[in-house]
Design a protein. Structure first.
Length: 239
């Protein structure tokens, strides 16, 4: 993701829905950027602050308890948002898609990673919506790119990662079983069983192609249509 965004030392990176901080920590540590993460979870922010201290990155990483719609200190050179779009709500998605265009500098890139579902089965599915993520809404990737284009961004690359998530979810499931007693102590047996079923079903759903994961790279073009993108695709992900 950092290579697709073209990160270089001194750039400003915004991570929308920064989770537990892995993207902003990695980008600052290995690419020399000034990274800002926004989350509405106080627990996530507290965890990330600890990671920032441990990595001695206070001068390059900031994490805010802030709604992404309230970010005002533009422009940013690059924006990442990793599996956040499924949770903003169907009605809010146009504003979510427009936010990167508002905050990016001309020539700045957006890298969005998001789960998808087919045209005949949008949403999150009855089990997920009832027990795991009530706000989750997944849509065909074509609709996601349509929202981004409608906001004024140019789509430059779409990378399907469906099979990768089969392997990833199965690894998560193995870890869950290996540390079952710890999980039960943390969240209770009922919730642990929910996550056991969720991971088993998720791996099967990805494997059968009923759910996908995609990375969408977009750019806010500068004057006269200039994108600043490399001429050939292989240069986009070159080390």
């Amino acid at each position: 993701m950092c290579r697709k965004l073209g990160l270089r030392p001194g750039m400003r990176l915004l991570d929308v829905g920064c989770g537990w901080g892995s993207m902003i920590i990695h980008a600052a540590k290995h690419y020399g950027v000034h990274a800002t993460g926004v989350t509405i979870s106080a627990q996530q922010r507290a965890h990330i602050l600890g990671r920032i201290e441990a990595e001695a990155l206070r001068d390059r990483v900031e994490v805010r308890l802030q709604d992404y719609r309230e970010v005002r200190d533009k422009p940013f050179d690059a924006i990442s948002t990793i599996e956040m779009g499924e949770h903003v709500g169907e009605r809010n998605y146009p504003e979510y898609a427009a936010t990167p265009h508002r905050l990016l500098k001309p020539g700045g890139r957006l890298l969005l990673q998001q789960m998808s579902r087919g045209r005949n089965a949008p949403g999150g599915g009855a089990f997920i919506e009832s027990y795991v993520a009530p706000d989750m809404h997944m849509r065909p990737v074509s609709q996601t790119t349509g929202f981004l284009e409608g906001a004024g961004l140019e789509i430059r690359d779409v990378h399907a990662l469906r099979e990768h998530h089969v392997w990833t979810v199965r690894a998560w499931a193995e870890t869950l079983e290996e540390r079952w007693d710890e999980v039960v102590a943390l969240v209770g047996e009922g919730q642990a069983r929910v996550w056991r079923l969720y991971l088993a079903g998720g791996a099967l759903t990805f494997e059968e192609g009923r759910m996908g994961v995609d990375q969408v790279l977009a750019v806010r073009r500068s004057g006269r249509g200039r994108s600043g993108m490399p001429r050939v695709r292989r240069e986009l992900v070159a080390r």
